[in-house]
Design a protein around this ligand. Structure first.
Ligand SMILES: [Zn+2]
Length: 209
């Protein structure tokens, strides 16, 4: 499960798991924008849900461009594909149909002008491996740091309020985890200001570090 950094009425901004990052942080970074409700195809969202999700996608992209120096004069690719979940070898192994096994999730792929990774060279389309090779391929891609994510979430909240008319009640309260520093939505299940990943570790030990 990707970890949720931010939630609003348009859905959720999430950080991919270690080992599932499509673009490493120094090459531009990778975040996910999930709609407010699980659907297999975006037309399944109500017009209002689709509108709010689209606002969140655009605002999150803008926030990455503003917050990340590696995206100076760069851009984003908005990648919604969901192919690997349909692979025969994906769990549960076997033939799959999209309505049952696909879940809409928008990848924000930061595209840096200075990218050194061969799969995201500037001026070329991104290149993805076959399903079987995806873990080896992604193993070297670093996630955006806690500080980068805090900057992005701060910008994101500002943009949702100022440009897209989100009110305080449309945005879930968030704060940095006092273990790992990543932004987290404040919820009753969290322990002493720590995120779910840090919360079940002994004090002072951070799962992410
Ligand atoms: Zn944490």
């Amino acid at each position: 499960m990707a970890r949720v950094l931010f939630t609003c009425r348009g859905g959720h901004l999430a950080l991919p798991d270690k080992g599932s990052v499509l673009v490493g942080r120094e090459n531009g970074g990778n975040l996910l924008v999930n709609p407010p409700r699980e659907v297999w195809e975006r037309a399944e969202l109500t017009p209002a849900e689709l509108t709010q999700w689209s606002f969140l996608v655009a605002a999150a992209g803008q926030a990455m461009l503003k917050a990340l120096p590696q995206l100076e004069s760069g851009c984003l690719n908005y990648w919604e594909a969901g192919n690997w979940a349909l692979n025969f070898e994906a769990e549960p192994r076997g033939p799959k149909t999209a309505p049952v096994h696909r879940r809409v999730h928008m990848h924000l792929l930061g595209r840096s002008r200075n990218a050194t990774d061969a799969s995201v060279r500037w001026g070329e389309a991104p290149k993805f491996p076959d399903f079987a090779d995806r873990k080896t391929w992604a193993a070297q891609h670093e996630r955006l740091t806690a500080e980068e994510c805090r900057k992005i979430v701060s910008e994101l909240e500002q943009i949702l309020r100022s440009r897209y008319g989100f009110a305080a009640e449309d945005i879930s309260l968030w704060e940095p985890c006092n273990g790992c520093g990543y932004p987290m939505v404040i919820a009753a299940s969290q322990l002493q200001g720590r995120c779910l990943e840090c919360g079940d570790q002994s004090f002072g030990v951070c799962y992410l570090e």
